[in-house]
Design a protein around this ligand. Structure first.
Ligand SMILES: [Zn+2]
Ligand SMILES: [Zn+2]
Length: 318
């Protein structure tokens, strides 16, 4: 099969071996996959990953249990043991023995086919097009914030970073009708939010006043967290959505003095994300910069890394 492989550098392999599904796994034919910041970090060596990256995708089930056969699905990315202390405590996304699709110890979706646990698959409604369904994984990650921190209409929230994930987080948080400000450096992405009536500010104009109840860092940059620390109020909360390979330098004294909580945030609820996208509560169309065939995957990665790019999608030719 065709696949995009990272083995120290990213290359297209036109004749990669097909995946062999293990017991309880489904074999999927990938239809559309999205390149996210994590993939760009992986291509820079993040997590020491080797193999086929890609974890945001929509696919059709080739082999699997009867309930899934021939269904169009999205799939959760944590493949878990269901036996360890985290799994039995209901925290299976933190499974001690997990593999993660396209990120940790398991091939991902930048290929014609992939195998994932059948239990990870969620069939999607016919009314949800591939171009929207491919955003389920990052929308779920955005929704996870609402499971971790309480946001009410009077809550002052600042979102730092209006890139791929930031534009989704902004729309998810705006649904709470809180006092939201989104800070970014790219006027084009800020415009997308302006058109939705979401308050925006250029990074250069940001005035850190330690007055925000919650600051969400989705900058993907080592500079995000130090700025968040200057925006958040005493006893406020910083939600970290940034994973970057580069180390972050942060003076921790103000965190102690101001009694700031820092909350890491990763994967979220797929069923809610599918429902939100199916109801068109989150607009993903303006986020799609380009759609390239899988065979042009290396070029697609280069394009995705350009500052003016938002989401670059990879389509499997069938
Ligand atoms: Zn991602
Ligand atoms: Zn486990």
């Amino acid at each position: 099969m065709q696949a995009l492989v990272f083995d120290g550098h990213l290359r297209f392999d036109p004749s990669h071996p097909d995946p062999t599904p293990q017991p309880a796994e489904a074999l999927l034919a990938v239809r559309l996959a999205g390149i996210c910041a994590t993939d760009l970090e992986i291509a820079r060596g993040y997590m020491g990953f080797r193999g086929i990256p890609g974890h945001e995708f929509v696919a059709k089930v080739l082999e699997g249990p009867p309930a899934l056969k021939a269904k169009r699905v999205v799939a959760e990315i944590n493949c878990v043991c269901r036996e360890c202390d985290m799994c039995t405590a209901g925290l299976s996304t933190h499974c001690r023995r997990r593999t993660v699709v396209g990120i940790l110890g398991r091939n991902g979706a930048f290929a014609e086919k992939l195998a994932v646990p059948a239990a990870n698959c969620h069939p999607i409604p016919d009314t949800l097009p591939d171009e929207h369904a491919v955003f389920v994984e990052p929308v779920a990650a955005a929704l996870q914030i609402l499971r971790q921190v309480r946001i009410e209409p009077r809550t002052k929230v600042t979102l730092l970073g209006t890139g791929r994930l930031g534009l989704l987080i902004a729309q998810v948080i705006a649904r709470t009708r809180c006092q939201l400000t989104c800070i970014g450096r790219n006027p084009r992405t800020l415009e997308i939010l302006d058109r939705k009536g979401i308050r925006t500010q250029l990074l250069a104009d940001a005035q850190p006043r330690e007055d925000q109840d919650i600051v969400i860092d989705s900058t993907g940059s080592p500079e995000g967290l130090p700025l968040a620390a200057r925006l958040v109020r005493p006893r406020g909360t910083i939600v970290l959505k940034t994973t970057c390979a580069a180390p972050i330098t942060l003076d921790l004294a103000p965190i102690v003095i101001n009694e700031v909580s820092i909350v890491g945030s990763r994967c979220g609820p797929f069923p809610e994300a599918i429902a939100a996208l199916a109801r068109e509560e989150i607009d993903v169309t303006p986020l799609i910069t380009a759609t390239l065939p899988l065979s042009q995957g290396v070029k697609a990665f280069e394009q995705a890394a350009q500052p003016q790019s938002i989401k670059v999608l990879l389509k499997t030719e069938v």
